[in-house]
Design a protein around this ligand. Structure first.
Ligand code: SF4
Length: 218
C-alpha cells in the first residue's frame, strides 16, 4: 500500500534510520529509489525538497525511542547523508551532548555513505566525524576505477577524481573512526577477490551484500 506521508525517521531491524536528504552526487546503478518510487518497505522517503533540521530529527527520534528503544542510530535514506554534512554532525552532536535524552549519549551512530564527502566538500571531513560516528559503511563496490564510474554514475564534478577520493575517505575513516566497512553489491560483474583485497588494503572490513531487489536487507 502506498504511504504518502513523508518519512524522516524509520525503523529497520533494530535500528532507527534517518532520511536526511534526497540529494546525491551519484546515480548508482543499483539504487532502488526510482524503481521503488521513493518507497522503502512502506515508508515514503521522498522529502519533497524539504530537508529536516537536526532538532526535528531528534524530536522524532525521541518519540520513536519512547515507543520502543533502538540500539543503533543510522544516517541512511534515499540520498547521500554527507550532502548535509553540517546537519549530520549537528544531529550526532545533540545525541553525544545528552540533548536527545532519554536516547543514550553513547548509542551507536552509523553512517552509510558513497564515500564522496571529501570530494564534495573539498577537504578531509573525517576528523570532523571523530567522536560522533562510530561506524562508517562505504559503498566502494569495486577495485577498478572505470567500473566504479559505470556502477556509481557520479555527477560530472566528481567523475574524474571520485574513485581516488572514495579510497582516501576509507583510508582516513579506518584510521580515525572505530569501525569502517567497505561494501560491494553482488551481481555487478565485480571481481570480488580484488575488491576484498583493496578494502583490506585501505584498512576497511569488506562486505558483500545482495541486490535489494533480490533480498531483504541492506
Ligand atoms: S547514493 Fe544512495 S540514494 Fe543516491 S543514488 Fe546512490 S544508492 Fe541511491
Amino acid at each position: 500500500m502506498e504511504n504518502f506521508k513523508t518519512t524522516i525517521v524509520y525503523r529497520y531491524k533494530t535500528g532507527l534510520y534517518v532520511n536526511l536528504t534526497n540529494r546525491c552526487p551519484t546515480a548508482c546503478s543499483f539504487c532502488v529509489k526510482n524503481s521503488w518510487k521513493m518507497d522503502y518497505r512502506g515508508s515514503n522517503l521522498d522529502l519533497g525538497g524539504v530537508e529536516p533540521s537536526p532538532a526535528e530529527i531528534i524530536a522524532l527520534a525521541k518519540e520513536q525511542w519512547a515507543a520502543q528503544p533502538f540500539d543503533e542510530f543510522v544516517f541512511c535514506g534515499y540520498g547521500e547523508p554527507t550532502m548535509r554534512l553540517e546537519a549530520l554532525l549537528a544531529t550526532a552532536r545533540l545525541i553525544r551532548n545528552s540533548r536527545a535524552d532519554p536516547i543514550p549519549r553513547n548509542i551507536r551512530i552509523r553512517l552509510n555513505t558513497n564515500g564522496l564527502a571529501n570530494a564534495v566538500w573539498g577537504r578531509n571531513v573525517v576528523p570532523e566525524m571523530k567522536g560522533l560516528i562510530d561506524s562508517v559503511h562505504v559503498s566502494l563496490n569495486t577495485s577498478d576505477p572505470a567500473q566504479w564510474a559505470a556502477i556509481m554514475r557520479p555527477m560530472a564534478p566528481w567523475a574524474a577524481t571520485g574513485f581516488e577520493k572514495v579510497k582516501e575517505f576509507i583510508r582516513e575513516a579506518s584510521l580515525l573512526l572505530p569501525e569502517t566497512f567497505a561494501s560491494a553489491v553482488e551481481g555487478n560483474g565485480v571481481d570480488i577477490e580484488k575488491f576484498t583485497a583493496l578494502a583490506r588494503q585501505l584498512g576497511a572490513e569488506p562486505r558483500v551484500r545482495p541486490r535489494l531487489e533480490a533480498e531483504a536487507g541492506q
